[in-house]
Every structure is written in structure tokens, then in C-alpha cells.
Write a protein that binds this ligand. Structure first.
Ligand code: NAI
Ligand code: MG
Length: 346
């Protein structure tokens, strides 16, 4: 298979961890006989410094000619006081919007050896393997009107049936590649948009008779994520609920340095990036955990290129490093040897 991948390293540790991910992709290419052509481009703070824009046109052109995008992270104290048009995050929001990446996928999977790092008890978390599917381009964050009023402020939560259908379908498709269960999270006892959401899930269910479906209210879901996290497979929910629940779920397994993500659209085109930011406190020290970036590349292989065997090989390689008694500074354990970013990657 021949694929072109746009690599946007971004700022801080983004530069270090994307190098790791690219190295792993190159090695997968060799082992499985694929050719991955890497095209680098600027985004974020460095793009602002070099071109005056957080998402230069040349970068969009590179992405448009690619089959998927791999991103590091953007931002850092250097640009914190820039006016809003010249903020690194603007580049990230703009690229998601430009490509219509409406489905944000965040898997959370326990590495059994490293569950000391979890704030929860080991027996609760050691079997955790879930995927949060958050609607990313609709809902409360985008609904109009959205403004201050004479005596208050207003935000609007709207969803079209089509917007709900496409994200729900994505969740069902993902469940088929996983454990076959979809948990739809809403607030259907109060919100009209949630009633419609639940209706759509019920309609779609008949097309996926092999998938188990449950509905759960968002407040109950927040509790169950802590009390029974291993009961979930795919969780699908709207933008705001997904924002909150995915951050809650991300701490279950212990370290930000472990968590990959992707934002995709119907045709499988997507942007893959670690959940963490540019980590200015450790940037340039060669100590960042590259797992999140490498696992993001594995998601790209699986979800954008359909290379499941190759994706599984990458995941297994990452988990085997921990199994063999190694780790990085962010997820230390007695008896484990702490490796640098580059040593971990090798
Ligand atoms: P952060 O995720 O960069 O760092 C939070 C803490 O986790 C830090 O102590 C950091 O050292 C540690 N950490 C993060 N990734 C790590 C890794 N791979 N290995 C080891 N330790 C790791 O979040 P923070 O500090 O709030 O933000 C720093 C900058 O990153 C800000 O400018 C922020 O706007 C930006 N940011 C960018 C994101 C993106 O590009 N998607 C997401 C979140 C923040
Ligand atoms: Mg958030």
C-alpha cells in the first residue's frame, strides 16, 4: 500500500513525539511492505513565527494532498499573550473545521503492568478498554445565538438529525471492530436534542443487530466511568458531554503520555494526535513519553488505511515495552527502568 502522510510536528514535545511515531511508521512500512511518504509542514507557534499564521495555506495544501494527518501538539508560553488570531490553538481548530472532522475518537486502555499509576483501585481498571466517540463540530459549542444579552448570556444547543446520524453510525461501525457494544450518553429526561439523539440511536440499532446498545444519562455515566469503567466498549455522545467525559476517562489509566486520539470524517480521512499538549516543562529534554503519539499512528493505520494487522503490531510493541520492565518519567514504577524518548522508541 502507498500512502502520503502529512506530519505537523507543532511545538514543544510535539516535535519529539512525532519523530518517534514516524520512526515506527517507517519500520512498519519495511516489515509489511508499505510505502509511507512523509510530508512535513508547519502549524502552531512555529508557524506563527515563520509565516505569521498558525495554519499557513501551504500546510493546508500539504494536508489536502495527503491520505491522513499526524500532529504533535501546539502552543507554549511564548505565544500565550498573542492576540487571538495569532494563537497556536487557532491552527488546530481551523484544521479540524477545514476538513469537517466531526468524530473525535479517544480510546482509553489499561496497560496492566502500569496500573499503579491510576488513581483508581487496580481491580477496577486493569481490564479497561473503551473508546469515547465525541461529536466534535456541533452542539452547544457552535449553536447560535451565542452571546451576552442585556441581563445575562445565551448559548444554544442544536443538532440536526443528519449530524446525529453520522456520529451514531460511526460509533456502531467502531463497535463492530471492537467488543460489539455501544453506550449512548444523553440527557433525554430534560433536553429535546437528547430526545432526538436517543430516537436516532434506536432507529440505527435495527441496522446493527449484532451490536448491543444501552442508553445512559450523562450524570449516571459520569459515576459509572469511575465505579465500573471496564463495563464500557464504545461510548457515543454529543460535543459538551464528550468533552467532559473524555477528560474524566483519560485519567483512569494514569498518564496523559499514553493517550492517543483521532478526529475523522465519513470517508475515513482523519487527523491523529496525542491527547496531551506541548508540555513546555519537559520540551527538548528527550524524556517525553512517545506512547500517545505512536498509538495515534496505530489508529491512523487502522481507521484511515484499514491496516488492522499493522495497527495491532504497533499496539503490541508499545505494550510489550512496559511488559518488559521499561517506562518513561511520567509513568514510573519501582523496578522499571526509565527510558528516554528515543530509547523507548527504538
Ligand atoms: P500538557 O499536556 O502539555 O502538559 C500537562 C502535564 O503533562 C505537564 O506536566 C507535562 O510535562 C505532562 N506531559 C504531557 N505530555 C507528556 C508526555 N508525552 N510525556 C510525559 N509527560 C507529559 O498540558 P498543559 O501544560 O496544560 O499545556 C501546555 C501547552 O500545550 C499549552 O500551550 C496548551 O495550550 C497546549 N496544549 C495543546 C494541545 C494540543 O495541541 N492538542 C492540547 C493541550 C494543551
Ligand atoms: Mg477538554
Amino acid at each position: 500500500m502507498k500512502k502520503t502522510i502529512a506530519v505537523l510536528q507543532g511545538d514543544g514535545v510535539g516535535k519529539e513525539v512525532t519523530k518517534s511515531a514516524v520512526k515506527v511508521l517507517e519500520s512498519i512500512g519495511k516489515r509489511f511492505d508499505h510505502s509511507f511518504r512523509i510530508q512535513s509542514a508547519l502549524i502552531g507557534g512555529e508557524a506563527i513565527d515563520q509565516t505569521g499564521e498558525p495554519l499557513p495555506k501551504e500546510t493546508l495544501a500539504v494536508c489536502e494532498k495527503s491520505d491522513a494527518i499526524l500532529l504533535g501538539a501546539v502552543g507554549g508560553p511564548k505565544w500565550d499573550h498573542n492576540p487571538s488570531a495569532l494563537r497556536p490553538e487557532k491552527g488546530l481548530l481551523a484544521i479540524r473545521k477545514h476538513f469537517g472532522l466531526f468524530a473525535n475518537l479517544r480510546p482509553v486502555k489499561a496497560v496492566p503492568e502500569m496500573m499503579d499509576a491510576s488513581p483508581l483501585k487496580e481491580h477496577l481498571v486493569k481490564e479497561v478498554d473503551m473508546m469515547i466517540v465525541r461529536e466534535l463540530t456541533g452542539g452547544l459549542y457552535f449553536g447560535e445565538p451565542k452571546r451576552k444579552t442585556a441581563n445575562g448570556a445565551v448559548d444554544t444547543l442544536t443538532y440536526s438529525r443528519k449530524e446525529i446520524e453520522r456520529i451514531v453510525e460511526k460509533a456502531f461501525e467502531l463497535a463492530r471492530l471492537r467488543k460489539g457494544k455501544v453506550t449512548s450518553v444523553d440527557k433525554a429526561n430534560v433536553l429535546e436534542s437528547s430526545k432526538l439523539w436517543r430516537e436516532v440511536v434506536e432507529e440505527k440499532k435495527s441496522y446493527y443487530p449484532d451490536i448491543e446498545v444501552e442508553h445512559i444519562l450523562v450524570d449516571a455515566a459520569a459515576m459509572k466511568l469511575i465505579t465500573q469503567p471496564s463495563s464500557f466498549d464504545v461510548i457515543v455522545t454529543e460535543n459538551l458531554f464528550g468533552d467532559i467525559l473524555s477528560d474524566e476517562a483519560s485519567v483512569i489509566t494514569g498518564s496523559l503520555g499514553m493517550l492517543p486520539s483521532s478526529s475523522i470524517r465519513e470517508d475515513g480521512f482523519g487527523l491523529y494526535e496525542p491527547v496531551h499538549g506541548s508540555a513546555p516543562d519537559i520540551a527538548g529534554l528527550n524524556i517525553a513519553n512517545p506512547s500517545a503519539a505512536i498509538l495515534s499512528a496505530a489508529m491512523m493505520l487502522k481507521y484511515s488505511f484499514g491496516l488492522e494487522k499493522e495497527a495491532a503490531a504497533v499496539e503490541e510493541a508499545v505494550y510489550s515495552v512496559y511488559k518488559d520492565g521499561y517506562c518513561t518519567t511520567d509513568i514510573q514504577k519501582t523496578g522499571h527502568r526509565v527510558l528516554s524518548t528515543t530509547a523507548f522508541t527504538d
